[in-house]
Design a protein around this ligand. Structure first.
Ligand code: 5GP
Length: 135
């Protein structure tokens, strides 16, 4: 069951304190705050990039906004810059990871989409031939 409470953003994670109604802290918030360790490939003021703990391809990393947006369908116009930034960084880190032969970018939304962590994240998978349609 999903629980809800008023949450104040961690000042280091997302600018000035800003009260909002959001889901109780997810694993990604704990990774962003440093409470849980991860293999960090990149970090800037608005996102963090980590290797997926259960990789589905030789290269599998996640681009995660520091702002808590539960899923892409919950984003609003005010999030346009962050959404664009996530894709820009996805491409840059793919290059850094030598995925010049190609890669796949995936965002899972909700139960049917296969989402398991309710904090928006962009999967980038590469290092093998991807298939279509996806499973
Ligand atoms: P989703 O299923 O929500 O689209 O993706 C969540 C992803 O987060 C999964 O691929 C899962 O392996 C990854 N993940 C879950 N917990 C952790 C963790 O503690 N550390 C890292 N690095 N990845 C995680």
């Amino acid at each position: 069951m999903q629980r809800w409470k008023t949450f104040t953003y961690h000042p280091c994670a997302y600018g000035p304190p800003n009260k909002r109604l959001i889901s109780v802290s997810t694993i990604f918030q704990k990774i962003i705050s440093g409470d849980i360790p991860s293999d960090i490939l990149h970090q800037d003021e608005s996102c963090i990039v980590i290797r997926d703990i259960e990789p589905q391809a030789p290269v599998h990393f996640l681009v995660i906004p520091k702002k808590v947006i539960p899923r892409v369908g919950d984003a609003d116009y005010e999030d346009q810059q962050i959404l664009g930034h996530l894709l820009l960084i996805a491409g840059k880190i793919a290059k850094q990871e030598a995925l010049s032969a190609g890669f796949r970018v995936v965002i899972n939304h909700g139960q049917n989409g296969g989402e398991t962590v309710p904090h928006l994240h962009v999967h980038v998978l590469g290092g093998r031939q991807m298939k279509w349609p996806p499973g």
